[in-house]
Design a protein around this ligand. Sequence first.
Ligand SMILES: Nc1ncnc2c1ncn2[C@@H]1O[C@H](COP(=O)(O)OP(=O)(O)O)[C@@H](O)[C@H]1O
Ligand SMILES: [Mg+2]
Length: 407
Amino acid sequence: MSVPWTIKYRPKNKSEYVNNFEALRKLERWLLSHKKVPRSKKAAFLYGPPGVGKTISVEVLAKEHDFDLIEMNASDWRNRASLEKLAEISSNQSTLYGIRNRILLLDELEGLSSRGDRGSIRAIVNLIKKTSHFLIFVANNAWDPKFSSFRTYCLLIRFKPIPTQSVIRHLRRICTEEEINVEDEVLHSIATLSKGDLRSAVTDLQTITQGQQYVTGDDVKWLTPRDRQKAIFDALRLIFTSKNSFEARRAIDMVDVNHEMLFEWIYENLPRQISNKKALYNGMEALARADIFMNRIKRFQNWSLLKYYLDLITIGVAMANDKRYQKWIPFKFPEIIKIMAKTFRQRKLQMKVGSLLREKCHTSSIQVVREYLPYLRIIFEHDPEMARQISIDFNLDKETIDFLSKN
Ligand SMILES: Nc1ncnc2c1ncn2[C@@H]1O[C@H](COP(=O)(O)OP(=O)(O)O)[C@@H](O)[C@H]1O
Ligand SMILES: [Mg+2]
């Protein structure tokens, strides 16, 4: 992917910000009214579901009102040392920058675990007490008990899911700027599936329109609804963190995708989640064995082997992972599914040509695609008259002719 559209089309100023105006105004008022006078609330706590503009609201306002912005997210400041360093920077450098105001943004607080990161939580409370800067925290759920020790110091600002109509309007604006033609039905599906998460809607739009001028309803069929994706994340969390086999195996019942899809999710995330080399080797070994089982199941239609496959991709991976090295790393969408989605249209058209020509050529669709398609392409490129004749003989429609003419 080139520049992610979530970056390219992020709001550059307040007027481009979508919805959540109330939250934006509340944050702005807090920043401005406390610019000079002592603050009653020392910190703000922005909370709400992912992809609704929490982080970007701070960036937009910092730019607009000329604040210095220091951003850190979970992975940067999980350890207490870096938090203390931050506290130090924040108290020392205030004078260096004169009257200029500074915001310290601690993003993605859910990355803290209530048990493992007590030190960091204490450091946060210290930071609130010591700093003379604006402190802003961000998390999905401000009511999580692990934040109770410092929530009371904060002005709570709630961000809500973006309404479907606003998501559609935002997507349409992007389509216009990108000069792509996307059916309303498609925008509607993407917006509905996003469940108010604007970031994921924009990402989905970019994924399915990649390299296409026209996008139709068929192109969105593969998208995974967000709640289903959440179930996958929960299942992955079990597989990568559970210490006992029963718990790991339970992941299978949590997800509503086929087993091979779950395999792709695990395979994509394994190297990111497991940093210890020996553990990574064991995890990969479990997946490799599972893959062999799946091949046998398919080749011999022997579904009694399925239980071994399922055990290997769940318990096999869970037991390989050495929990001592456990870190919090976000899960990643499998590349293979993205690639399949991007080439979905291409593959569908190939199979269409395959099945159109199959009978006349006395062969299989796959054979047509593999052996005839390259020659058809050459004919369509170099010999318009012959191409025209073939189109008539085989009764090809415009979409197929365009597909064959494109090289
Ligand atoms: N309210 C919004 N207005 C405009 N763009 C948004 C909004 N919410 C999300 N986005 C888009 O999604 C991306 C991620 O938004 P972000 O603020 O990081 O979400 P989060 O609520 O998870 O912090 C932004 O870069 C922007 O492209
Ligand atoms: Mg964010």
